[in-house]
Design a protein around this ligand. Structure first.
Ligand code: GMT
Length: 374
């Protein structure tokens, strides 16, 4: 098939999923056309089936808010026409689903049919989408998409509830490339950070409020009173500076390192003992799946789609949002010498259930179903 993929090209989970999906489909012989404003972060390879179309437009002094959606819809029209696409698959509803609707209407007026699939990733529904400033357009464009998928059953249910939508939403979970996310032998790095054999905890995110990084630090402060441990914080975003200050206030600066954005996060995860994700909301928790694939168990909140990934007491533990005491207690349990190996093994076993080779066929089947129906 010839498929147009529209996504955010940044480090965010939705962009990562869209890019990895495109790569996987290209490997299976589909022709993939990425349409976005920058080269997607993980599109750093050569493949004869992958094309990148940059959304560009001239800035004009009148535009206090650049009309990205108009430029994106125009680019979609252009690519669908000239590359003879069979399908447009947009990731993250805002503003991709409404831009796709506009493109489909323009193409229809010229006698060209193009089905649209929208994949919902989380904050496009749970945080931004339900804002009254966006809600009518989000509801309309979800209803108008030819097919809609969500990355967890919880997100599908929340979408139906929030937007009073009764249409079918196909649940296709996120996935992982186990040839990249696996245990890498980087013990020298671990030795440098934990010279006295301390336990190593890690959190990766875009440092937004929804991630509750303060809870990571609070829980680590409790844990460190009991055992020697170090914490790595990977990523960057609006909360970073506040968290650096909090880490000093909690007297953790000797044991906490802020590493900023990292490309080869799998190499770092490989040497860690425990991943911490205490988010307020998490539609799926791709970062936790990446950790599991590197044999790292997870301490998380029991929110959103996380219960569809974490198995209580097996590959990790979930606690109520904000319950840092329970998180610290569970972390201590997992990190005990007699428990850690079983949790690590269970983390990998769970990750294997989300192997890209299992999930890609679900997308292909859904594409075929929607194209046949349209
Ligand atoms: O977590 C974020 O803030 C980024 C966001 C995104 O759209 O890039 O992530 C969402 O999509 C990911 C990929 O499907 C999911 O794994 C994350 O759980 C989800 N984030 C939230 O729901 C907060």
């Amino acid at each position: 098939m010839r498929i147009g993929i529209v996504c955010y090209p940044t480090f965010g989970g939705s962009g990562v999923v869209a890019t990895e999906l495109g790569k996987g489909l290209a490997d299976k012989g589909h022709q993939i056309h990425f349409i976005t404003y920058n080269q997607p972060q993980r599109l750093d390879f050569l493949n004869e089936n992958v094309f990148f179309h940059e959304v560009r437009f001239e800035h004009y002094p009148l535009f206090e808010y650049p009309p990205y959606e108009t430029a994106l819809a125009s680019k979609m029209v252009d690519v669908v026409k000239h590359e003879q696409l069979d399908l447009l698959h947009v990731h993250y509803a805002i503003p991709h689903a409404s831009a796709a609707y506009m493109a489909r209407q323009i193409l229809a007026s010229e006698g060209i049919k193009i089905p649209i699939i929208t994949t919902l990733h989380g904050t496009d529904i749970t945080l931004v989408g339900k804002d009254p400033g966006f809600e009518p357009v989000v509801t309309f464009s979800i209803n108008q998409s030819d097919g809609v998928t969500a990355v967890s059953a919880n997100l599908a249910a929340e979408t139906r509830d929030t937007f009073h939508i009764s249409r079918h939403i196909e649940v296709i979970p996120n996935f992982i490339d186990l040839s990249r996310f696996r245990k890498h032998a980087k013990e020298h790095f671990r030795l440098a950070i934990c010279p006295a054999g301390e336990k190593l905890l890690v959190h990766t995110s875009n440092f937004r409020k929804v991630k509750r990084i303060g809870d990571v630090l609070q829980m680590f402060a409790l844990l460190r009173k009991e055992i020697p441990a170090k914490l790595l914080l990977v990523g960057d975003g609006p909360e970073r500076q506040k968290m650096e200050i909090l880490s000093r206030e909690l007297h953790l600066e000797q044991d906490v390192r802020f590493l900023g954005k990292l490309d080869a996060v799998e190499e770092l995860l490989s040497v860690c003992d425990l991943f911490v994700m205490p988010s307020e909301k998490e539609s799926f928790g791709l970062a936790a799946l990446e950790a599991m694939a590197c044999e790292v168990p997870v301490i998380s909140s029991n929110t959103g789609g996380l219960p569809e990934l974490v198995i209580q007491g097996k590959n990790g533990f979930m606690s109520d949002v904000g319950d840092v005491n329970d998180m610290a207690k569970n972390a201590l349990f997992i990190l005990r010498e007699e428990n850690l190996p079983a949790f690590k093994a269970a983390a990998l076993e769970r990750a294997k259930e989300f192997d890209i080779h299992r999930i890609l066929p679900l997308y292909e089947a859904f594409y075929e179903h929607i194209c046949f129906k349209s």
